[in-house]
Structure formats: structure tokens, C-alpha cells
Design a protein around this ligand. Structure first.
Ligand SMILES: Cc1cc2nc3c(=O)[nH]c(=O)nc-3n(C[C@H](O)[C@H](O)[C@H](O)COP(=O)(O)OP(=O)(O)OC[C@H]3O[C@@H](n4cnc5c(N)ncnc54)[C@H](O)[C@@H]3O)c2cc1C
Length: 401
């Protein structure tokens, strides 16, 4: 699968941060993690911290799947409203999913701090704007639902939004629980921490099969020849995971993104805020540490990578026009644009844990607009499972739901 169109910003900005060898000899380990994007990196750090002997394989260079394309708005907010999620999965599960998301932002911050990773991790507020007057009652109901479960949210009306955020919207939920980072550097930093604890990381090595062995081990041949034999397998294979499952867990889309040239120092957009909105597809927006705006949206159903490549310029122009209309006093210019595969689940929640189709593996599939937050959540649940500790939250994200 072709995950990305054009070079994503983080790759252009950071280049090849670290290179790892391809697999040249057979390996044996407690846990084989497939995928060295942000999800595989979070797992590698976590599982080595828990004392597991870990091998990581990636068929690309490390971090060069969806992670390099992510705009990395680290939102506790799930694409599905809490009110809607309560209707679809039940009140207890919905409330818990939101609360776990809030906790996951704290976990990501801790991860960056503990391993001293220089990845521009910043705590931020998120502004979830009502796209029209018609949706104001729904947005208010959503605010109330979040307040009920103790989430740090407040309502801003049009005047406050204009004065505090220069935003021309009729109302918004402002939350204090979000963050942003450079996901490519965070992933590299976590892998480095895992490697320091003995994880063996190999890239440009694809797992081609899964052979269950008598006694419960799994033998995983690779396209390089050597095999990895592991007691457990974690599938951190991102949007390419659907190929391993008959159960349809993700609906694919394409999403488009751009980064502007640096803003003047007097930019009215507060750097400590993330923006998104109620209309679907939504525009998403944040600032970078080097005073650029990073914006995305214009999602569509384009599946062909060639078609997506051809659409990048036109989609970026539309995104820029929208952002420019929000901030008419700024003179914005696109520095760089790209696109990537994106995906949604039927209820907005990730799929985490074992699928009956492949009982030897645990999946960590954080699909959706806050995929990175979901990956941190998945690490808690699967680490518990591998340690044999009961985790009451696992059922919320189970396969076959
Ligand atoms: C433009 C864009 C903007 C986004 N913005 C946000 C955002 O603001 N906030 C947010 O939270 N999320 C966002 N996302 C989603 C986010 O990027 C993903 O949720 C996240 O990167 C997924 O990470 P991952 O490690 O699971 O997947 P990936 O980074 O794709 O890593 C999976 C890896 O598995 C490897 N792999 C697959 N199969 C095999 C195999 N058989 N053998 C070996 N290796 C294999 C792949 O090579 C790949 O590197 C965005 C995505 C895009 C495209």
C-alpha cells in the first residue's frame, strides 16, 4: 500500500534521523513488534521497560509510514462526539474511552519527558469550533456531556473566539487536555530508548507469513530470508493492517496537508492552540515551533495513489484558501504540501487486542483523527495482556464488536 503522497514535512525537516540494519540473521524474542511507526515505537519503549526481550521489524525505513505524514495534533477528542458514542457503544464504554484518551495525552508527555526526547512536545488547548449556527445546540450538548465526566472544557462565544484566537466562528468547545509534537522525532526517540534496553530494530525487512509453532510460539519468515521466532506478536502495522483481517475494521480515505512559510513574530494565532471543527471533513490546524501553520483536511475517498498524488497541489490550494480566510491579516504561503492514507472505524474507536482470525497476534490499530492518542492507549492494554494482568478496558476496543 502506498501510504503517503509527496515527501511529508517531518521527513523534509529532519531527514534520516537514524538508520537501522535490515535483518540478516534469525532472531528469537519474547515480543516481535511489526511496524516501526509511532505505534511500534511506543510499544518498543513500553515493552522493553516492562522487561520483555523485543525485536522490531519494518518493511520501510523507520517512521516512514503514516507517522511521517501526521500533523500530530495530539487530541483527547475522538472523531465521534461523546454524545454520539454513548448512543452507539453505551454510556459507560463511551465515557471511559474519552477518559482514557485524556490519560493518553499525559502518557505521551511522560514518554517524551522520561526519555528526554527533543520532539517539540508542547501541551496545548484545543478549539473545537461549531461550523455553523445550526450545530450550536449539538455542540452545547457535547460540552455538557464532557463536563459531566470531568473533562476540562469551557465554551467560548463568537466575541471571545475573535479576541482570544482571531477565529471567525459562532462558538467552540475549548479543552485544556491536548498537545502537539514532531511525531517522527518522538518515534525515533522512543526506538532509541528501546534499543538502549536491548531491543533489536531492523528496517527494510518485511514479515511475509505467520507460522504458529507447537508450544505457542510464532515463526515469522521475512522477505530478507531470516526468520523471527517470538512468543508474542504485536501488529503495529498501521493502515496496512486490514490486509491481515477479513473483518472490515477501517474505511480508507485520503487526507491532505500543508505547512506554510514561517509567520511573522506578531502572528495573531496563539501557538498554544490546536484547531478543528464540527463540519465533515474537517479542517485541522496547529502551529509548529518554527512559527509555521500546519493545516490539513479536504479528505476524500481517493484510493489510487496516482490520483492522490495528482490532487495534492489543488487540495493544498483549497486548504490554504480556507486558512487564509480565517486570518485575513496574515499573508500565508504554502512551503510544502503532501497527502496520506487515512482511515476511520464504524464507531470512531480503535481496534486493540486479539482478533479471532489471528489469535497469535495482538493488534494496535489506532485509526482515526487521533490515532496517535489511541496508540498510547493500546500500549497500556496490550502490555497488561502480555503480563497476564486483567485490563477491564480491553473489551471496549475488541474485535467483532
Ligand atoms: C496527513 C495526515 C495527518 C494526520 N494527522 C494526525 C493528527 O493530527 N493526529 C493524530 O493523532 N493522527 C494523525 N494522523 C494519523 C496518524 O498519522 C496515524 O494514526 C499514525 O501515524 C499511525 O502510526 P502507526 O505507527 O500505527 O502507522 P505507520 O506510521 O504507518 O507505521 C506502520 C509501519 O508498519 C510497517 N509495516 C506494515 N506491514 C508490515 C510488514 N508486513 N512487515 C514489516 N513492517 C510492516 C509499515 O512499513 C509502517 O512503517 C494523520 C495521518 C495523515 C496521513
Amino acid at each position: 500500500m502506498d501510504l503517503v503522497s509527496h515527501q511529508p514535512y517531518w521527513l523534509v525537516k529532519n531527514g534520516l534521523v537514524a538508520t537501522y540494519p535490515a535483518l540478516e540473521q534469525d532472531e528469537r524474542c519474547d515480543v516481535l513488534i511489526l511496524g516501526a511507526g509511532i505505534t511500534g515505537a511506543i510499544f518498543a519503549e513500553r515493552l522493553t521497560r516492562e522487561g520483555f526481550d523485543v525485536v522490531v521489524l519494518d518493511r520501510r525505513d523507520v517512521g516512514q509510514g503514516s507517522t511521517s505524514a501526521s500533523t500530530a495534533l495530539l487530541l483527547y477528542e475522538i472523531d465521534a462526539h461523546l454524545v454520539t458514542l454513548r448512543e452507539n457503544v453505551g454510556r459507560a464504554a463511551a465515557d471511559r474511552a474519552y477518559q482514557l484518551s485524556v490519560k493518553s495525552i499525559d502518557s505521551l508527555e511522560q514518554l517524551a519527558k522520561q526519555s528526554k526526547i527533543d520532539c517539540a512536545f508542547r501541551r496545548k488547548r484545543s478549539v473545537y469550533a461549531a461550523s455553523s449556527e445550526d450545530v450550536l445546540p449539538d455542540s452545547r450538548a457535547e460540552l455538557e456531556a464532557r463536563l459531566e465526566i470531568g473533562i476540562d472544557v469551557a465554551w467560548l462565544g463568537p466575541r471571545e473566539l475573535r479576541e482570544q484566537y482571531s477565529l471567525p466562528y459562532c462558538g467552540a468547545i475549548v479543552s485544556g487536555n491536548s498537545a502537539s509534537c514532531d511525531p517522527y522525532l518522538l518515534g525515533h526517540g522512543l526506538l532509541k530508548a528501546a534499543a538502549a534496553r536491548g531491543a533489536r530494530i531492523y528496517d527494510r525487512t518485511e514479515a511475509t507469513e505467520f507460522d504458529e509453532q507447537p508450544g505457542g510460539e510464532v515463526r515469522v519468515p521475512t522477505d530478507r530470508g531470516p526468520t523471527v521466532t517470538a512468543r508474542h506478536v504485536v501488529m503495529a502495522t498501521g493502515f496496512e493492517s486490514q490486509q491481515y483481517l477479513r473483518e472490515k475494521v477501517v474505511k480508507f480515505k485520503a487526507t491532505y496537508a500543508l505547512v506554510t512559510q514561517p509567520l511573522p513574530t506578531t502572528a495573531p494565532w496563539p501557538e498554544d492552540a490546536l484547531f478543528w471543527e464540527t463540519s465533515r471533513p474537517y479542517l485541522y490546524l496547529r502551529a509548529t515551533d518554527d512559527r509555521r501553520l500546519l493545516a490539513g483536511g479536504e479528505d476524500d475517498e481517493t484510493h489510487s495513489p496516482l490520483k492522490r498524488d495528482a490532487l495534492v497541489e489543488a487540495k493544498a490550494a483549497k486548504i490554504l484558501k480556507r486558512v487564509q480566510s480565517m486570518f485575513p491579516d496574515l499573508r500565508l504561503e504554502t512551503e510544502h504540501a503532501w497527502a496520506g492514507t487515512f482511515g476511520e472505524t464504524k464507531d470512531g474507536l480503535p481496534y486493540i487486542g486479539r482478533s479471532p482470525e489471528r489469535p497469535y497476534a495482538r493488534f494496535a490499530l489506532g485509526f482515526g483523527g487521533n490515532g496517535i492518542t489511541f496508540s498510547a492507549m493500546a500500549a497500556d492494554i496490550i502490555a497488561d495482556e502480555l503480563r497476564g494482568r486483567p485490563n477491564a478496558d480491553a473489551a471496549i476496543f475488541r474485535f467483532g464488536r
